[in-house]
Write a protein that binds this ligand. Structure first.
Ligand code: G6P
Length: 608
């Protein structure tokens, strides 16, 4: 969603800011803007559409400024117009502010300001905040920001500049991530480390309700009551190279092909084959409580929720712990029952998803042990959980999640195996499972050979606007994930279903030649899935089967077969999802869609 990058130092700020915005593009946005202070004046440029449009507008007009801030907006309050784009100014026009998040009580604040004769020019909640800070400003910028934020309900990550204060940026957060990059004689503020990593790997993660005043020679942080807060400098763990395309056409395909290596890194030092054990350092302090859990609740949104569904099979079958899966957005408002010895595991690639964060807070309030499975190191969810496991699959830039999904399932598999071993499983069975898990990256490598074949299949159906995806058991979440992938990036309508449910309604949709992707791997449900394939074929559907290598029988039933290597059924989702990712990718490319920046979507959804 929205992105922020700000700079103060001795270099030309504008290219640093626009370059930073480009690194944030993947989060999704619809307009962009920038403000710099030069020669004692505030200069603002805003534009609808891509950052290149903003760059064109700026041209060379702002060169020489050494302090500034920039923003990408993903519209929530007010349509996509230049007037609604950030930065927004206070009534004097001397103060500018960029904002991520939502000011929930903006109407009340707006009324308050209007009573003081201040009028708004945009439809945004952000402008209200800019004007409120301006209203409180009497020469002390950080104090004005603190006073304004004490009145605010809602979420914010903000950066503020004032023409009369050309040597400082004030930044603050609540609910929307914000970091300070520490360089040599220069500082950056950003909503995401990828915007600043090329300048410095040293960062400070602001916590909720903290305000920072950042100058050229240092910074100070306080809470909203002006009490000083000491912050630690941490190192960002990814490199600039990981943020580049490296010869690929899109981040999504790059990330699909990175999956074998990403999983090897995810498991490195954690799967101990010799001992038939899993060691997850992040869980050491809570291990006894976790092992004694009588119920596990897995929660997340989107693709992470699909990983939760696979996790349910892993925890119940392997660890024999009752497990439930909840959409984070539903859980948080459902008045959930959390008996003693419940562990809630929040899964999130970004670690910033608003609903997942709210769900974990709800679970915490109700006394559960709350764990996180997160990719983004230092993210809010990672910091608010009692303990957790990082994916270590590297930054995921493509909006459609791929390597994070397999990372999440792999971590769930490791956690389930760890619990199983400590609760009931013998060394031999544990060894067998872990040995199979450690061979999954090779199986994925083999499945990636389906790249050309998936492209051919996608090419035949680029005009078709309805697809079905069917699966049973642990393959059902894969059907959901396959359908979500194709929806997200190629705007094809697709439904994922438990195969047997098809005949309770969706079967009415099947018409001549409609593509129906069936996950028909050799497991104990294989015969049942074959019956579902027959039902589809009888009605003229075109079956694309994902089948186990060596299965000759299936080729007589399905029009297309994508063969994948066999791994144990509980781990098969890690491999069967690969051809579905590839097919969705090719469908999107062939339909001319913007694969890495699909319309209306955001990588990190920081609003409800
Ligand atoms: C957005 C993204 C999805 C993602 C979901 C959850 O909707 O477009 O790809 O699965 O958020 O994100 P998270 O960062 O919590 O995994």
């Amino acid at each position: 969603m929205c992105g922020i990058v700000a700079y103060i130092g001795h270099r030309d700020a504008t290219p640093i800011l626009t370059e930073g915005l480009k690194r944030l593009e993947y989060r999704g946005y619809d307009s962009a803007g920038l403000a710099v202070i030069r020669d004692g004046k505030l200069h603002i440029r805003r534009s609808v559409g891509r950052i290149s449009a903003l760059e064109e507008k700026i041209g060379g007009s702002l060169s020489g400024a050494t302090i500034g801030m920039a923003h990408t907006r993903w519209a929530t309050h007010g349509s996509v117009t230049e007037t609604n784009a950030h930065p927004h100014c206070d009534a004097s026009g001397r103060l500018a502010l960029v904002h991520n998040g939502i000011i929930e009580n903006y109407r009340v604040l707006r009324q308050f300001l209007e009573q003081h004769g201040i009028t708004m020019t945009s439809q945004t909640d952000t402008e209200v905040l800019a004007k409120l800070v301006g209203h409180f400003y009497d020469g002390d910028l950080i104090d004005a920001v603190r006073r304004a934020l004490r009145e605010v309900r809602g979420t914010f990550g903000i950066a503020v500049l004032h023409m009369d204060q050309p040597d400082r940026i004030v930044a603050a957060r609540r609910g929307s991530p914000l970091i300070i990059g520490v360089g040599q004689g220069e500082y950056l503020v950003a909503s995401d480390a990828s915007a600043i990593i090329q300048h410095t790997p040293q960062v400070i993660y602001l916590s909720d309700n903290e305000v920072a005043e950042v100058g050229r020679d240092g910074f100070r942080t306080t809470n909203l009551q002006a009490v000083p807060v000491t912050k630690e400098v941490e190192e960002v763990e990814f490199t600039l190279e990981q943020l580049e395309l490296g010869g690929h056409q899109h981040f999504m395909i790059k990330e699909i092909f990175e999956q074998p290596e990403a999983l090897r890194t995810c498991m490195r030092g954690r799967v101990d084959l010799q001992d038939g054990r899993v060691v997850l350092g992040g869980l050491t302090n809570v291990l006894r409580e976790l092992v004694r859990s009588e119920r596990i609740i897995l929660t997340g949104c989107g693709t992470a929720w699909h990983a939760c569904l696979v996790g349910e099979y892993l925890f119940e079958e392997l660890a024999r712990v009752p497990c439930e899966v909840e959409y984070a957005s539903e859980f948080r408002y459902r008045n959930p029952l959390i008996p003693d010895r419940t562990t809630v595991i929040a899964i999130s690639q970004s670690g910033e998803t608003a609903d997942t964060l709210a769900a974990l807070r709800e679970a915490k309030d109700r006394g559960a042990l709350v764990l996180g499975i997160v990719n983004a190191v230092g993210s809010t969810i990672a910091r608010e959980t009692d303990a957790g496991v990082y994916l270590h699959v590297g930054p995921e830039i493509g909006v459609a999640s791929t390597k994070a999904f397999v990372g999440q399932v792999t971590v769930l598999a490791m956690m389930a195996a760890m619990l199983a071993r400590r609760r009931h499983m013998g060394q031999g069975a544990s060894y067998d499972f872990l040995e199979a898990l450690s061979r999954v990256p090779d199986a994925i490598e083999q499945a990636l050979d389906l790249n050309a074949q998936t492209r051919q299949i996608a090419a035949r159906f680029i005009e078709t606007n309805n697809w079905l995806y069917l699966g049973r058991g642990p393959q059902y979440p894969v059907a959901l994930e396959g359908a979500l992938k194709i929806k997200e990036i190629s705007y094809i309508h697709a439904e994922g279903l438990p195969a047997a449910e098809m005949k309770h309604g969706p079967i009415a949709l099947i018409s001549e030649g409609m593509p129906v992707v069936v996950l028909a791997v050799r497991d104990h449900l294989y015969e049942k899935v074959v019956s579902n394939i027959e039902e589809v074929r009888t009605r003229g559907g075109h079956v694309i089967a994902i089948a186990t290598e060596g299965d000759q029988h299936i080729s007589k039933l399905a029009e297309d077969v994508l063969y994948i290597p066999a791994v144990p059924p509980l781990l098969q989702p890690l491999v069967s999802v690969i051809p579905l990712q590839l097919m969705a990718y090719h469908a999107a490319v062939l339909r001319g869609c913007d694969v890495d920046k699909p319309r209306n979507l955001a990588k990190s959804v920081t609003v409800e």
